[in-house]
Design a protein. Structure first.
Length: 207
């Protein structure tokens, strides 16, 4: 039988490829995304992580699967401050508001599935170091601004392996597996659609 981590990878392949291939992600990775759009993106990711990490904080898988080092809210706070944004002033756009409600719903109905959301966001660090390098060149970041994309440097694999080993070993019952997989695909779709909405709003404002 496939491990939970392998099932997550296989079940989200299509959603992953779709999100990665979106125009917003292409501009982010190539350094052609405007700084205002980038700032909006980081702001919405901050709200998403803040809600998710709060929802996971009291769950029994904290520590064994999700270590404190895996949490991203503080990295995003530092980035927002470097971008001149007060984290407390950030408001959700419509799609983020819907994701925040989904996180709350999942936390109440099936908190194991929150790990699917976390899997996607933590896993984004695999390509994050390349994005961070590009952003530093594009925007001249030094002490902050893109910490979120490469917060661990060469230590990332250690944290990723902790998550993989933890989720494979954790007692996840069969009825919990499908919601977990669905949550991961849902997070990929959120990331893709968030970028799309931000691009569309930016284009509309220019016209």
């Amino acid at each position: 039988m496939s491990t939970i981590a392998l099932q997550l990878k296989e079940s989200t392949r299509s959603a992953h490829n779709s999100a990665e291939g979106h125009e917003f992600q292409k501009e982010l990775g190539s350094g052609t995304l405007s700084k205002p759009l980038y700032t909006q993106y980081v702001s919405q990711l901050f709200l998403t992580h803040q809600a998710l990490e709060k929802a996971m904080s009291s769950q029994p898988y904290m520590g064994a699967v999700v270590s404190p080092e895996q949490l991203q809210t503080e990295f995003l706070k530092k980035d927002l401050k470097a971008l001149g944004v007060d984290p407390d002033s950030v408001k959700p756009v419509d799609i983020t508001g819907r994701m925040l409600k989904r996180i709350d719903e999942v936390a109440k109905k099936n908190p194991i599935a929150l790990l699917g959301f976390h899997y996607v966001l933590l896993g984004s660090k695999h390509g994050g170091k390349f994005i961070a390098s590009t952003l530093k060149k594009s925007f001249g970041f030094e002490d902050g601004g893109c910490i979120y994309f490469d917060p661990y440097g060469p230590e990332f694999q250690k944290h990723w392996q902790h998550f993989v080993n933890g989720i494979n070993s954790f007692d996840i019952q069969e009825p919990q597996v499908e919601p977990l997989m669905n949550a991961a695909s849902e997070m990929f779709s959120f990331v893709e659609n968030l970028g799309g909405d931000l691009l569309q709003a930016s284009t509309a404002n220019k016209n």
